[in-house]
Design a binder for this molecule. Structure first.
Ligand SMILES: *Cc1c(COP(=O)(O)O)cnc(C)c1O
Length: 404
């Protein structure tokens, strides 16, 4: 590799290639149906239950943001109560707050736990007490695919009379403490993304899960202009339907998804071996799907992060800092939201560094990224962070998307 300029991007979306599934594509075109919950959408919904969830019901949507809008709006419609706030972590992606705002709610930002990076129970309880009777919905987020404890949110529902919608964008493939797909069995709408950059990569698509089939059918009508009878709007509505092409792509991704999850898990192990000194998110539940590798920079040099990102770029490595700035810091949300204290969020978003991960990445590339990161860190800390031994696990015989 000496002298060869490396090029390791942070992400390389790898959705299924439709050109390799011509028979499926031709059948779709010949069916004459391109949307409106046709064969592809229905098959995707059925197979998601069959292969991932085991029980419950799915509604396919055009993306997770629209899915969140439908789910949040449906909680408001069902309750017919006027309340002001949507409680959510500030340490998440913009879509969560946007969806609440489109539903006429004001985001109320709470802090996250320093270890799991999930909504902090103490911070949530404090805001639930302080804004009692003004909070319509709590929208916990499965930060980077980490599972949340749904029992806690059921308790909030009983104690504070709030509804729950989960932003589970990157959690398809993650397993909770019971070892089942995260969200399985929940009556509350759980919204997952199938965006190209998520581990369940398929372009633009998403799915809402609930154990309650009536609720799923109500959201299905909402996602199709609020039509409960042909062309008669009986519910608040918009168009959040998935296209048949997108549903086919997602179905194909489902067929190989376990392999994707396994490959990413192997890459994650290699990162952990190669970068043992850096702090990371602790996993809640039995399995967290790896979207990227997230590490915390040593506190004393975190303010130099942008320089380190530049240095890594010079070494051919793309990195990022999710989620920095966090939502309360972004100018639009700052104008139209309310925030509780956010000490852990501030620390995390100050120190986090997002490292590359993609299906076709090799362990050797992980090793390269890790070595270069350690070299950069040593430069700024004047400490040698290199572990004494850095075993590189041999490559598996087959690497996703590449011949052995
Ligand atoms: C990706 C993401 C979304 C948005 O998903 P889309 O399918 O792109 O709309 C929402 N919330 C979080 C936390 C995300 O990471």
């Amino acid at each position: 590799m000496m002298g060869v300029k490396r090029e390791i991007r942070m992400a390389k979306p790898n959705p299924p290639k439709l050109s390799e599934h011509l028979a499926e594509l031709i059948a779709l075109e010949q069916s004459g149906t391109f949307s409106n919950y046709g064969f592809q959408a229905r098959r995707l919904e059925r197979e998601l239950i069959e292969q991932l969830f085991d029980s419950g019901h799915c509604l396919s949507v055009c993306n997770a943001t629209m899915g969140l809008m439908v789910a949040i709006r449906s909680t408001l419609w069902r309750r017919k109560k006027q309340r002001k706030y949507a409680l959510m972590p500030s340490y998440t992606f913009a879509a969560t707050a946007h969806a609440a705002l489109w539903c006429g709610l004001t985001p109320l930002f709470c802090d996250v736990d320093a270890d799991t990076w999930l909504g902090s129970e103490a911070a949530e309880e404090e805001l639930l007490c302080r804004y009692k009777d003004e909070i319509a919905v709590v929208i916990p987020c499965t930060t980077f695919g980490n599972s949340i404890d749904m029992a806690r949110y059921d308790r909030y529902h009983r104690r504070y009379d709030v509804d729950i919608v989960v932003d589970a964008a990157a959690a398809l493939g993650s397993k909770g403490h019971e070892g089942k797909q995260f969200g399985q069995g929940s009556r509350w709408p759980i919204v997952y993304s199938m965006h190209a950059t998520k581990p369940f990569s398929s372009g633009e698509a998403g799915v809402i899960y609930s154990a309650d089939s009536d609720w799923i059918e109500e959201m299905r009508a909402m996602a199709s202009f609020g039509f409960e009878q042909p062309r008669v709007a009986m519910l608040p509505g918009l168009n959040a339907k998935i296209s048949e092409i997108a549903a086919l792509t997602a179905f194909l991704q489902l067929q190989r998804f376990e392999e994707v999850v396994d490959q990413r898990a192997r890459l994650k192990v290699q990162y952990e071996i190669s970068l043992p000194e850096l702090k990371r998110q602790s996993v809640n539940g039995q399995r967290q799907v790896a979207s990227y590798e997230f590490v915390l920079l040593p506190e004393e040099i975190a303010h130099l992060r942008s320089h380190m990102i530049e240095d890594l770029k010079d070494r051919g490595i793309g990195t990022g800092c999710y989620f920095s700035p966090h939502l309360a810091e972004q100018s639009y949300f700052a104008q139209c939201s309310v925030s509780g204290p956010l000490p852990n969020t501030e620390t995390l978003s100050h120190q986090v560094l997002t490292l590359p991960m993609y299906d076709t990445m090799t362990r050797e590339e992980v090793q390269y990224v890790s070595d270069e990161l350690l070299a950069v860190l040593s430069k700024y800390t004047e400490r040698d962070l290199t572990p004494t031994a850095q075993p590189c696990i041999p490559e598996p015989a087959y690497v996703m998307g590449q011949p052995a």
